[in-house]
Design a binder for this molecule. Structure first.
Ligand code: PMV
Length: 317
């Protein structure tokens, strides 16, 4: 018997950037995301008679230590289970430079719950998935999702905010396909020691509440401004860590300023966000995405771009 689940990646409009509990991956702030359609992971599980679980990623046998450690953590919550053969296909093209751990852990957790016949709600599955990768908690839901930071395992879970894309989508700009030098966990650790961190938490809390209101009231202009100010302030914070670091390159900053000019001078609906890497994601509307993509192609002919519409929640096969 085997079980298959598909999960899509998500991009945070209000970021998770710090942990109050490292082991349980309980964040310091609430976060809010948009699930993306073209980037997903499909995972199939079956029981095997082996000491350890084995992972095949895109048909290649790869290092299975992270999933084995995830399974041993998860056994504390769901009880013991046999080793598994895990076959994952990642449709998060490495060239898009998007993190795949969100879709990977959500698909793995959903397939595991199915394989173990656990009848858990999406919210309860998001708690288990969070133990593997924090941001994966939000990948159980379509469109707009929130992750309530909570204070312990039971209270830190994700849920659906709005199952409608509000006409929004993302344009992904691939600045680099190189692996990041500073992992997100390390980045969080560094900023949490910064004297600016308390202020970041305070601002983020307000931005989260304003964003929630804006999503529920279809105020896309406000969604755009909050996305950009929260995203860029995360990168500003990194520059004040000890030691300081910056995921964004000169090229990233050039693209950011091009986007801001298109918005401020030409009236396009285009707002920037970026995660633990140099790639830029532009929040725009489905109506303007193609025109914006053309403008990037004209001005930066070698830049790889991809339009990503909003995506679905967990699916089973
Ligand atoms: O869940 P992680 O460890 O991949 O961290 C994700 C961190 C950001 O992508 C920068 C922000 C977020 O909320 O997704």
């Amino acid at each position: 018997m085997s079980s298959t689940a598909i999960a899509h990646t998500n991009i945070a409009l209000i970021k998770y950037w710090g942990k109050q509990n490292k082991e349980l991956k309980i964040p310091t702030t609430n976060s809010l995301s948009l699930t993306l359609d073209p980037f997903y992971t499909k995972t199939t599980l079956e029981f095997i008679d082996n000491d350890e679980s084995i992972l095949y990623l895109n048909d290649k046998l790869v290092d299975s230590s992270r999933i084995n450690s995830f399974f041993s953590t998860i056994k504390n919550y769901v009880g013991d289970f046999p080793s598994l053969l895990v076959k994952s296909t990642n449709c998060v093209p490495t060239s898009a430079g998007l993190a795949s751990s969100a879709s990977a852990f959500a698909a793995l957790t959903a397939a595991l719950c199915k394989q173990l016949n656990l009848d858990l709600s999406l919210e309860d599955m998001s708690k288990l998935s969070r133990l593997g990768s924090g941001s994966s908690a939000r990948s159980f839901f379509p469109n707009f999702a929130i992750w309530n930071k909570g204070y312990d395992h039971e209270s830190s879970f994700a849920e659906l905010l709005l199952d409608d894309d509000l006409g929004l989508c993302m344009l992904v700009l691939e600045v680099s396909d190189q692996k990041k030098e500073i992992s997100s966990s390390r980045g969080m650790q560094l900023v949490q020691q910064s004297s600016y961190y308390a202020e970041w938490i305070e601002n983020s809390e307000k931005q989260f509440n304003d964003m929630k209101w804006a999503v529920l009231h279809n105020d896309i202009e406000q969604i755009g401004h909050l996305t950009e100010s929260n995203g860029l302030s995360m990168h500003e914070l990194n520059k004040h860590a000890n030691p300081p670091f910056d995921y964004l390159t000169d090229y990233s900053y050039e693209l950011i300023s091009f986007i801001q000019t298109l918005r401020n001078k030409k009236g396009y609906f285009a707002f920037v966000t970026a995660d633990a890497g140099p790639n830029i994601k532009v929040l725009t509307t489905k109506a303007e995405a193609v025109k914006l993509q053309e403008l990037f192609q004209e001005n930066y002919p070698t830049l790889k771009t991809q339009i990503a519409l909003s995506g679905p929640g967990i699916q089973y096969e």
